[in-house]
Design a protein around this ligand. Structure first.
Ligand code: 5RP
Length: 217
């Protein structure tokens, strides 16, 4: 079964969690691209905010009401993809370079729901871990990060917030310790390690069925 079909059925399962009057955070990526039509087809009365300009544009084109994430202070649900899902629920995100906004939206959600195909669950998280870095002091930040591991720049445009997109490519032996060390480095705007405590539910498409895991915190 194709991973595209797995993404689609995982996304459709998550879309069914949305009810009328909810505020919904929309993630970014090829799996979320299946979520948007599934959500639009339900014709619910919902308010959405998007984690990237491309999601915002795609959602609006489908008739979803997307507001700037300025006046909304919380979401009932946020739904997003992931690059890697560890058995304990830790994630690596940011393959699409949207991890800064994605993390803010996930943290503002009562329930953060992850949608993925069967290639995303891994036995242990591994590099690369996406980074967004402030352009100010960039070389000094990278030198500072060198104590943890190597950093490579991605050949992509800056984030919508002006950040430089890079990847940490050193070891990921202890995700919590690495997340703390990355977050404590001045100049790091955000990193792509998302703690399990942030995650409520994971839908993984496997063949023609969807595995649902609800994390208990
Ligand atoms: C974007 C992300 C995506 O959610 C992640 O890269 C998964 O993408 P896809 O659904 O295309 O596999 O974090 O920054």
């Amino acid at each position: 079964m194709s991973t595209e079909r797995e993404k689609q059925i995982a996304a459709e399962a998550a879309a069914r969690m949305v009810d009328d009057s909810m505020t919904v955070g929309l993630g970014t990526g090829s799996t979320v691209a299946y979520l948007l039509p599934a959500l639009a087809a339900r014709a619910l009365d919902i308010r959405c905010a998007a984690t990237s300009p491309r999601t915002e544009e795609a959602a609006r084109a489908l008739g979803l009401e997307v507001e700037p994430f300025v006046d909304i202070d919380r979401f009932d649900l946020a739904i997003d993809g992931a690059d890697q899902i560890a058995p304990d629920g830790w994630l690596v995100k940011g393959g699409g370079a949207a991890h800064t906004r994605e993390k803010i939206v996930a943290a503002a959600a009562d329930r953060f729901v992850v949608i993925a195909d069967s290639t995303k669950p891994v036995r242990a998280l591994r590099p690369p871990v996406p980074l967004e870095l402030l352009a100010f002091g960039l070389r000094a930040t990278v030198r500072h990060l060198g104590r943890l591991g190597t950093v490579t720049f991605r050949d992509v445009p800056r984030s919508p917030d002006g950040g430089v997109i890079a990847d940490y490519t050193g070891p990921v032996d202890d995700p919590a310790a690495l997340a703390a060390a990355l977050a404590a480095t001045p100049g790091v705007v955000a990193h792509g390690l998302f703690p399990a405590e942030m995650v409520a539910t994971v839908f993984v498409g496997r063949g023609e069925q969807v595995d649902r895991t609800d994390l208990v915190h």
